[in-house]
Design a binder for this molecule. Structure first.
Ligand SMILES: C[S@@+](CC[C@H](N)C(=O)[O-])C[C@H]1O[C@@H](n2cnc3c(N)ncnc32)[C@H](O)[C@@H]1O
Length: 303
């Protein structure tokens, strides 16, 4: 027979491990749930007031079956992170090279992508930010235009799904003053039309046909190079981005331009993307929101 003092001790010995196990089980479920929701919406670390979740593309959502969540018995419904986003996370978590735009600058276009993505996103320039833009526009179409063939090859090796095209520019930076004068003075440069048919010298005609035939929701101008005299400069790209935005059938285009601390980027954006369409400038990036001019032909080139 056990003594009466032994009973509470035995009871304690049984109950204490049960309580400890339950606590760790609860902690495990809690941690896993919040980590999963962070992976599903990583942009929430910035600003989420207007955020919309980007739907996974159909191919990737097929892998989201209830059987893949068996280890989470207390979660009524769960979704798996799309493999391409998982790769992107791992890439940026393990690389020491970061994009040139700062967190504050990236957040400007991120806020618009949160509203518009999945959408048509045209990016001038390939770089260490390319995978980020593709991931932030998950399920949409992100196209890159790049002047340097070998640089395309290098990035393509890292991102095999990359959609990018090589572009040969026909200007050099030292033509900037003359081109600005032409753009400001010649009436043909105020005519809203498909850039391929424009009579303005600033309209660039060397993009792939599909670039002109697509209605771009966002355009990021971070190329071509424009920091030395022999570089192509962004004169034509800035003008042509503005023209494509005005010439779309309807709706608005958000145009972002980096390096506005430089004279060409500053002057050409004020003249052709227009101060009246400027939404904000953060650091060295400017965000313009340009409406279609085809829906109201009486609109002045700049408001
Ligand atoms: C201002 S950079 C764009 C950089 C990109 N936004 C980034 O954050 O990495 C413009 C151009 O510089 C060139 N470029 C940028 N980084 C490069 C690199 N590491 N090697 C070679 N060319 C580079 C590319 O031709 C690119 O289109």
């Amino acid at each position: 027979m056990r003594s009466t003092t032994e009973s509470p001790i035995i009871l304690k010995l049984i109950i204490t491990p049960i309580i400890i196990c339950s606590f760790f089980l609860f902690l495990g479920v809690l941690t896993r749930t919040s980590f999963t929701s962070f992976l599903q919406n990583p942009s929430s670390i910035f600003q989420t007031s207007n955020s919309t979740n980007v739907p996974a593309d159909p191919q990737e959502s097929q892998s989201t079956t209830p059987t893949s969540c068996q280890s989470l018995p207390f979660t009524p419904a769960c979704t798996k992170i799309p493999p391409s986003l998982a790769n992107s996370l791992v890439h940026y978590a393990t690389t020491k090279i970061t994009p040139q735009q700062t967190l504050e600058e990236i957040s400007v276009s991120l806020r618009i992508l949160e509203k518009k993505s999945p959408c048509n996103f045209l990016v001038f320039g390939l770089g260490h930010d390319s995978l980020m833009w593709i991931s932030l526009n998950h399920g949409g179409r992100t196209v890159f235009l790049e002047q340097d063939k070998s640089w395309i090859k290098k990035i393509q090796e890292k991102i095999p799904t990359l959609e990018s095209y090589h572009v040969v520019y026909d200007t050099t930076l030292h033509q900037a003053d003359e081109l600005l004068k032409i753009g400001m003075q010649e009436e043909v440069c105020k005519v809203v039309t498909d850039p391929r048919f424009s009579k303005c010298q600033l309209a660039f005609k060397g993009f792939p046909t599909d670039v002109y035939d697509t209605e771009w929701d966002l355009i990021m101008v971070d190329a071509p190079t424009g920091y030395f005299d022999a570089a192509p400069g962004r004169m034509k790209v800035i003008y042509t981005a503005g023209l494509m935005a005005r010439n779309r059938k309807d709706g608005e285009t958000d145009v972002f331009l980096h390096d506005v601390d430089r004279i060409v980027e500053d002057e050409f954006s004020k003249s052709f993307l227009c101060e009246g369409y400027l939404v904000e400038q953060v650091g060295r990036i400017r965000h313009f929101n340009i409406p279609s001019h085809r829906t109201r032909l009486s609109r002045p080139y700049c408001p």
